[in-house]
Design a protein. Structure first.
Length: 209
């Protein structure tokens, strides 16, 4: 995988990643060109893409001032990351696949991952579904304490009410799962496939033999 500067031919792939991961801040080609590419502070070195054999799996957009801001100058000691997106689920699945291949030389032996699950994230719900409900009622108060330790959850970074949202979500998932509080996870497509000789409950009675 190569981390390289943006090229003009990358526009479609970058926009696809942007809109797939930043679902609450979607962007059109016209807006991307106007607000990003035509920004006087834009530099292709500040828009890096992760190129995996010709397929873009991630990007990060950053900038440093090239044009002085009135009253503040160039502020050369500062830089900003304004957007980033990654095909995380695809990267994880690829990593699981390659980790099991013994032909790949590495410091540790090849190994298989028994199960893979994707947790719920309100900012990335497209295509997600609740497959499993897990009882977390006995650790919920401790979980909320951990959330409160983050400025984002306390409302200092975003106006979105993260703490209230996730606390209420635990109740909703608990109602659906039959618990006081629960979390839901999604299993990868195809993971529910079972290989059986007979339908459940219809295996022939062998008489204990």
């Amino acid at each position: 995988m190569d981390l390289r500067p943006y090229r003009g031919a990358d526009e479609g792939a970058v926009l696809a990643l942007w809109n797939a991961t930043l679902t609450h801040d979607a962007i059109t080609p016209a807006t991307f060109r106007t607000k990003v590419l035509l920004d006087p502070n834009f530099s292709s070195d500040g828009l890096l893409v992760a190129d995996d054999g010709g397929s873009l799996v991630g990007f990060v957009l950053s900038l440093a001032r090239l044009v002085p801001l009135f009253g503040q100058g160039l502020e050369p000691e500062l830089g900003w990351i304004t957007a980033f997106g990654f095909a995380t689920h695809d990267i994880v699945r690829d990593a699981v696949f390659y980790a099991a291949l013994p032909a790949i030389q590495r410091g540790q032996p090849a190994h298989r991952v028994r199960d893979l699950y994707f947790p719920e994230n309100w900012e990335d719900m497209d295509g997600w579904r609740a497959d499993l409900y897990i009882d977390v009622g006995n650790v919920w108060d401790a979980y909320l304490e951990v959330l409160r330790s983050h400025e984002l959850m306390r409302g200092g970074v975003s106006s979105f009410r993260y703490l209230e949202y996730y606390d209420a979500l635990g109740t909703v998932r608990g109602c659906l799962g039959g618990f006081r509080k629960a979390v839901a996870v999604m299993a990868p497509t195809g993971s529910w496939v079972q290989r059986l000789d007979y339908l459940p409950g219809f295996a022939p009675d062998t008489g204990g033999c």
